[in-house]
Design a binder for this molecule. Structure first.
Ligand code: DC
Length: 222
């Protein structure tokens, strides 16, 4: 079990994909579960502050992930392709709002743990090492400056043909961070036994190499 936590845009998605591919392990994108639940609540006309009502929706959602790369990723919800709406910027913002509600976090806890299966799991999120998988063999906290994260997001959006303003993205990144770090339940925080990697000046391959070195130190990689 490898837990990778950190703020949005720190590179967790790409790095956990590369790592899962390298090890031949499964991957959990926990943020996608929060995104799907937030969108489903919005579709159902549920108030996003109503934790009990939002949490009650979770068991009704069959969520399937397919594809190992970002380019061939497919997220199916009750058999329908929700990939594009789950990846939209607004879904991340809605997810961050419902993620502050204790009932919602409780409703998704076991669901996330169920992703753990042989030969291993690389989990991407905010509380993977602190709450969901506290016994993970390796915990990484990926960080980067807000400016670097906004720049990466702009690049990612332009690859999807979306032209976003860098300053607006930077403001959004900071607002989402503040909400994720300050919530009462399972806030974004560095686990006591996590290794912090600041990726501001690092390329994805360098981040992967740094994580591989940590895995070797722990005897998890030859
Ligand atoms: O990683 P992401 O951008 O897909 O996550 C969307 C939001 O979901 C994020 O702003 C906070 C919330 N989240 C969370 O609270 N706990 C997680 N383990 C993953 C995501």
């Amino acid at each position: 079990m490898i837990a990778v936590d950190g703020p949005s845009g720190a590179g967790k998605g790409l790095v956990t994909r590369m790592l899962a591919e390298r090890l031949g392990w499964h991957r959990l994108d926990s943020g996608a579960l929060y995104r799907v639940l937030a969108l489903a609540a919005q579709d159902a006309g549920i108030e996003l502050q109503d934790g009990v009502a939002v949490a009650a929706l979770a068991p009704q959602l069959a969520i399937e992930f397919a594809g190992r790369q970002e380019s061939d990723e497919r997220i199916l919800v009750n058999g329908q392709d929700w990939t594009a709406r789950v990846r939209a910027e607004t879904a991340g913002d809605l997810a961050s709002r419902i993620a502050a509600l204790p009932e919602v976090r409780a409703a998704l806890l076991q669901r996330q743990r169920d992703f753990r299966r042989p030969p291993g799991l690389v989990a991407d999120g905010r509380d993977m090492g602190t709450v969901v998988f506290p016994d993970a063999r390796l915990k990484i906290f990926l960080d980067a400056s807000a400016e670097a994260r906004a720049r990466r997001r702009k690049l990612q959006l332009s690859e999807q043909g979306v032209d976003a303003n860098l300053i607006d993205l930077c403001v959004e990144v900071r607002a989402r961070d503040a909400r994720d770090r300050s919530r009462a339940v399972a806030p974004l925080a560095v686990a006591a036994d996590a290794v912090v990697l600041d990726t501001t000046q690092m390329k994805p391959a360098e981040v992967l190499a740094a994580i591989e070195a940590l895995l070797r130190q722990r005897g998890l990689l030859d």
